[in-house]
Design a protein. Structure first.
Length: 393
């Protein structure tokens, strides 16, 4: 299909597999199994299934395949495997790549469940894990050694929006033959340059911007055909982390509007960051493309735009932050992100509560910090809402 198409065209048309009815919208094949014309055909398919031949939905399904082909096309990957959630994707990418005796180097600032996998689960199976401050290249250099099998990091961290230099870390990993696996949720597929900069495996929680309308869980792992079919697929198809056809259909419809939604939210996020920078009630405004961001130059080089997330640090700690949260009328208090609806989260008491105060402060998660996922509402309404809420702090 249209290899020369731009992202927006691919998001609408790539990967479609029309049935004999010629339907306009992608068909939802809500079926777990497939029938064969003959015993011989069944036998042949179990020996090797062709591109348009399916066996069982845990292995693959036409609706799920449409989603995989479409996301692979926009990310510039050879292949993809869709999963039941973002965590199923992260788990499968790590567990299928690593085995007992291997060494993994991972950034410490991770989504809570990702940290649980690298800190608690992998060591149980004999994987040695070294955690580093992902923003410090010297620490990566010191930790990566001959025998390091993989490196793992979130390209933009949650909730302090620190960047990891994908190219430099990938260069260090390549020197020892380690696989570079990145969780790219905060960068979004629209602003991702992860493969171009050296990542070999890219993972998304499609629950976030790709659904983008708060409905379904999902995830996807992208990489070379060899990695997806020989390393990842055997693990996933036998352990049961496949995406459901219904969720894949929702994700396909989410992809159609992904570029429009992400660009609109990003424009608002940038406008809010500019307007709030220097606000007397705020100790910090964190947004990758603000000149005050400590990695501003890297952010400009690595990210085509600042993204849909920003964080603000309210003076007066948790009490002041809670007043702001409770005074907001448009922004809803929740922990999802990448949604059409603007969402605010207080990481210290929710998503990062488990960490304890010492680890939180090491990660810059202060009691006044509020993470904002900017939605697609009117920018002026969002700014007015934040401004009136800050007046209460
Ligand atoms: C949400 C998220 C995940 C987990 O995705 P689920 O779909 O909730 O399983 C992993 N990594 C990052 C960075 C996330 O934001």
């Amino acid at each position: 299909m249209g290899n020369n198409w731009k992202t927006r065209t691919k998001l609408v048309h790539e990967g479609i597999r029309r049935s004999q009815y010629g339907e306009v919208a992608e068909a939802l094949f809500l079926t777990q199994g497939f029938v064969y014309d003959s015993a011989e055909q069944a036998e042949a398919r179990f020996i090797e299934a062709g591109d348009d031949e399916f066996i069982y939905a845990r292995y693959g399904n036409p609706t799920v395949r449409m989603f995989e082909d479409r996301i692979a096309a926009i990310e510039g990957a050879e292949d993809a495997f869709a999963t039941a959630s973002g965590m199923a994707a992260v788990n499968a990418a790590l567990m299928s790549t690593l085995r007992a005796g291997d060494h993994l180097v991972s950034a410490r600032a991770l989504f809570g469940s990702c940290l649980y996998i690298v800190e608690e689960i992998l060591p149980r199976f004999g994987v040695e894990v070294t955690l580093v401050d992902g923003t410090d290249l010297d620490q990566w250099q010191a930790a990566i050694r001959p025998g390091t099998k993989a490196v793992f990091f979130e390209t933009l961290s949650n909730p302090t929006l620190e960047l990891i230099d994908i190219k430099s870390v990938s260069d260090l990993a390549r020197d020892v033959g380690a696989t570079v696996i990145v969780d790219n949720v905060f960068a979004t597929p629209i602003y991702s340059r992860a493969f171009e900069l050296g990542a070999e495996v890219v993972v998304y929680s499609t629950t976030k911007h790709i659904d983008g309308q708060g409905r379904c869980l999902g995830g996807v792992v992208l990489g070379t055909r060899d990695y997806i079919r020989k390393t990842l697929e055997p693990y996933l198809k036998h352990t049961g982390g496949a995406m459901s056809p219904f969720n894949a259909w929702v994700m396909l419809k989410g992809l159609e509007t992904l570029d429009l939604r992400v660009r609109a939210a990003t424009a608002s996020a940038a406008a809010l960051a500019d307007a709030l920078a220097g606000h007397p009630k705020l100790a910090r405004v964190i947004f990758p493309h603000l000149p005050s961001h400590p990695q501003h130059r890297l952010a400009k080089a690595q990210m085509a735009a600042g993204g849909t997330m920003l964080s603000i640090d309210v003076k007066g700690g948790q009490t002041a932050a809670f007043k702001v949260l409770n005074a907001l009328k448009i922004f809803t208090i929740s922990n999802n992100l990448g949604d059409a609806k603007s969402i605010v989260t207080h990481p210290a008491t929710t998503t990062h509560q488990r960490l304890g105060e010492d680890q939180r402060s090491a990660l810059g998660i202060t009691p006044g910090l509020i993470r904002i996922s900017v939605g697609i509402e009117d920018t002026a309404d969002l700014l007015a809402d934040l401004t009136q809420a800050l007046d209460r702090a």
